[in-house]
Design a protein around this ligand. Structure first.
Ligand code: FES
Length: 80
């Protein structure tokens, strides 16, 4: 993984792959449930668009972006 890659919520040290496992197992199904379970998105919030994207396309790695284009982070709303 390169320096600008991200594969986890850095504030709470929760890997996106672990979250995906929980989703695939049926334990969690929405971003709000992930927030409640692990705190992801409740710290700096930078992981939120990546988790939303992971819920949508099951991708567990991405490049850190310091900014998103308008609407880009909201593009991946919970599919459920
Ligand atoms: Fe997940 Fe900060 S990186 S809340």
């Amino acid at each position: 993984m390169s320096d600008n890659q991200v594969d986890r919520c850095l504030c709470w040290e929760v890997p996106f792959a672990f979250i995906r496992e929980q989703v695939e197992a049926g334990a969690l199904s929405s971003f709000e449930e992930i927030q409640d379970a692990f705190g992801c998105g409740t710290g700096c919030g930078m992981c939120a668009p990546y988790i939303r994207k992971m819920l949508y396309i099951y991708e567990t790695e991405g490049r850190w972006q310091t900014t998103f284009q308008p609407g880009e982070a909201e593009e991946f709303e919970d599919p459920w």
